[in-house]
Design a protein around this ligand. Structure first.
Ligand code: GDP
Ligand code: MN
Length: 371
């Protein structure tokens, strides 16, 4: 689970990492008020995506009036698919240098990994590897002082800034550990005349550890469609291709995507109807998939507990509704009550495949308008 910047910074503040004075606001008047208290400010949209600066999500204001105006422009903006409803108004910093400091999990080594650079800021992705410092943290010792000093020493800082970075890195490790984080990041960590300060903050908590962090507010934004499908007790995931997939089980759903990919197709979303979903939820689920306007729908059912005739009836129900099925549909149907299911579909003019390869190839062809 990703936390918003202002939540990450609260965790940093609690751990003793210097962060700018700030207010969280949700309307322009509150932004103006915050600027009256803080002086010149930076207004930053609170969304669960990085690169806000480049996307126009950060504005500077010298006066309270300017801050109010900037807030009016930012609130309600659509940035990277998120509608902005919250801003962080922060005292403006006098930045002399931008560093990068982060901790991630080195999955191969199974250890926390420190990542640091003297060239932090909005272009961190383009910084050459020779300017990046990486060092694993050995468990169970944790962040030993010499490790933190060793990282800071490679950043070419003056002695005072170097000492502050050692302290911040040590505290950042505590944040990382106490939150069961999979990633925490300060980009940029800035050098100012008033010391080294975390100007930005990211903190992603491992989903599998959330049961240990019940105090954290839930930030996960599910799309409207996702929550609708969840109400039906099925799982639905949005992807970026153009073919919708409906299958019955996590394994078969993954396999369907793989085979689709082998035939040059790409899933736009998938709906896992699970085992034993009844006719009614299945027809509602299919309707939802169709409403996403895919280039084709591929239904892949291996009937065990799920009965093929139920699946067929669910498809027919959707066909008979107003609007019907107005996108190319390909069905692969095998298993329990297969004969009955295939017969029902055939009567309605739908050919059911028994080989997934053929069905996938057909779905890809139809999605490209080839018949
Ligand atoms: P991001 O684009 O989502 O990573 O947002 P950041 O909070 O990292 O801000 C992007 C950039 O805006 C930073 O790298 C800074 O260059 C600049 N910036 C942010 N806050 C301040 C500030 O208080 N003073 C100044 N001068 N620049 C800032
Ligand atoms: Mn940043």
């Amino acid at each position: 689970m990703k936390l918003f910047e202002y939540m990450a910074k609260q965790a940093f503040r609690d751990a003793g990492i210097p962060v700018p004075a700030a207010r969280v606001v949700r309307d322009p008047d509150a932004a103006e008020e915050a600027a009256r208290e803080l002086g010149p400010v930076v207004l930053k949209v609170q969304i669960l995506a990085g690169g806000r600066g480049k996307a126009g999500g950060i504005k500077f204001a010298q006066t309270p009036e300017e801050a109010g105006r900037a807030a009016r422009e930012l609130l309600g903006m659509n940035i990277k698919g998120f509608i902005v409803d919250t801003l962080l108004v922060e005292e403006m910093l006098d930045i002399q240098q931008e560093l990068y400091l982060g901790m991630a999990v080195d999955a191969a080594a199974g250890l926390p990994l420190i990542i640091a650079s003297t060239k932090g800021g909005v272009n961190i992705e383009e910084v050459p590897e020779k300017y990046m410092v990486r060092r694993r943290v050995e468990l169970p010792w944790g962040m030993l002082p010499y490790v933190a000093r060793g990282v800071a020493a490679r950043l070419d800082l003056d002695p005072s800034a170097e000492k502050q970075v050692v302290d911040i890195l040590t505290r950042l490790y505590q944040v990382f550990k106490s939150h069961d984080a999979e990633l925490t990041e300060i980009n940029p960590l800035v050098i100012t005349p008033n010391g080294v300060i975390a100007a930005d903050g990211r903190l992603n908590v491992d989903d599998d550890a959330l049961f240990r962090h019940r105090d954290l507010p839930s930030t996960e934004e599910t799309s409207r469609l996702e929550s609708k499908v969840q109400e039906l007790g099925l799982s639905y995931v949005e992807l970026d291709g153009d073919i919708a997939i409906m299958a019955n089980g996590a394994g078969i759903t993954m396999a369907t995507m793989d085979i689709l990919a082998r035939y040059g197709g790409k899933a736009m979303n998938f709906l896992d109807a699970g085992g034993g979903a009844g006719e009614d939820p299945m027809s509602q689920a299919l309707e939802l998939l169709i409403s996403t306007e895919p280039a084709a729908v591929l239904v892949n059912i291996f009937g065990g507990i799920t009965r093929c005739d139920d699946v067929a009836r669910a498809i027919l129900t959707v066909m008979e509704r107003p609007g019907g099925i107005n996108v190319p549909l390909v069905v692969r149907l095998v298993g329990t009550n297969e004969d009955e299911g295939v017969r029902l579909l055939k009567e309605a003019g739908i050919e059911a495949y028994s080989a997934l390869e053929e069905a996938a190839a057909k779905a890809v062809a139809l999605s490209r308008g080839e018949a």
